[in-house]
Design a protein around this ligand. Structure first.
Ligand SMILES: Nc1ncnc2c1ncn2[C@@H]1O[C@H](COP(=O)(O)OP(=O)(O)O)[C@@H](O)[C@H]1O
Ligand SMILES: [Mg+2]
Length: 233
């Protein structure tokens, strides 16, 4: 579904990703793990067209998409839920959701998608007229996910959704991811919670210092093996 082929990119003169190749298969959850500063967010930004490539290409459903403007990615069925959630605190929950339906072709289905989001996240429905700034961290993450779903994406790209959440909320979050996968959505998940990510993933990539150092089907890798690699033991 998505093939990242041998890309290099970075910020201005500073190169961050070195010859990175990653494939995400349709209907699968692909997880990318690795320490802080490994280049995971940079990779997601490159997919979303926020950074120009100096080498390689990004192919989505057999079309080269690098160079596609970020605001056109939702039209292709690709949505990113960024690190830090980026919700509008001074808008209501429902207004935040409607922002996710901003691209023209999604507006017609906004009501239906909104109802679907509420069915998935009943806590948001109860508070739909409250300001998003009143939500807890976990609810804020749910809102960010719900907003991402408003354009009915086929590929969801999620950056560290469990960051800063209490363990019980992290469990809920992974239940939601499981449900999204069961709906047939493809997911690229960047996570620090290796154990949870591994349990749900089909394919695992480990990044370090801007490179992919390890890639395997999730069923063939154990947590301890991954941790040994992760910590360089
Ligand atoms: N906006 C930026 N400008 C310059 N360098 C950046 C920027 N964002 C990230 N970096 C650098 O790129 C590297 C990878 O960062 P990042 O992709 O955020 O890693 P990760 O998400 O794996 O923690 C780091 O060395 C970081 O300092
Ligand atoms: Mg990051």
């Amino acid at each position: 579904m998505l093939d990242i082929n041998n890309i290099r990119t970075g910020y201005g003169a500073i190169n961050v990703l070195w010859d990175v190749s990653i494939s995400a298969r349709a209907g699968q959850l692909t997880t990318i793990i690795g320490p802080n500063g490994a280049g995971k967010t940079t990779l997601l930004r490159a997919i979303m067209g926020l950074l120009p490539l100096s080498q390689g290409e990004i192919v989505y459903e057999k079309k080269v998409i690098d160079g596609t403007a970020t605001w056109n990615m939702a039209d292709l069925g690709v949505v990113m839920i960024p690190e830090g959630r980026m919700i509008f605190r001074d808008m209501t929950i429902e207004e935040n959701l409607m922002m996710g339906a901003f691209p023209k072709q999604h507006r017609a289905h906004a009501q239906r998608n909104c109802e679907r989001a509420y069915a998935m996240f009943p806590a948001l429905h109860k508070r739909r007229h409250l300001l998003a700034g009143t939500l807890s961290g976990g609810e804020g993450q749910m809102l960010a996910m719900a907003r991402g779903l408003m354009s009915d994406p086929r590929l969801l790209i999620i950056d560290e959704p469990s960051l800063g959440l209490a363990p019980v909320v992290v469990n809920e979050l992974f239940e939601t991811l499981k449900q999204l996968k069961a709906e047939g959505r493809s997911i690229i998940l960047v996570e620090q919670n290796t154990q949870m990510a591994l349990a749900l993933a089909d394919q695992v990539y480990l990044m370090q210092s801007g490179k992919v150092v390890f890639s395997k089907p999730a069923g063939e890798v154990s947590l301890s093996q991954l941790q040994d690699l992760y910590f360089g033991r």
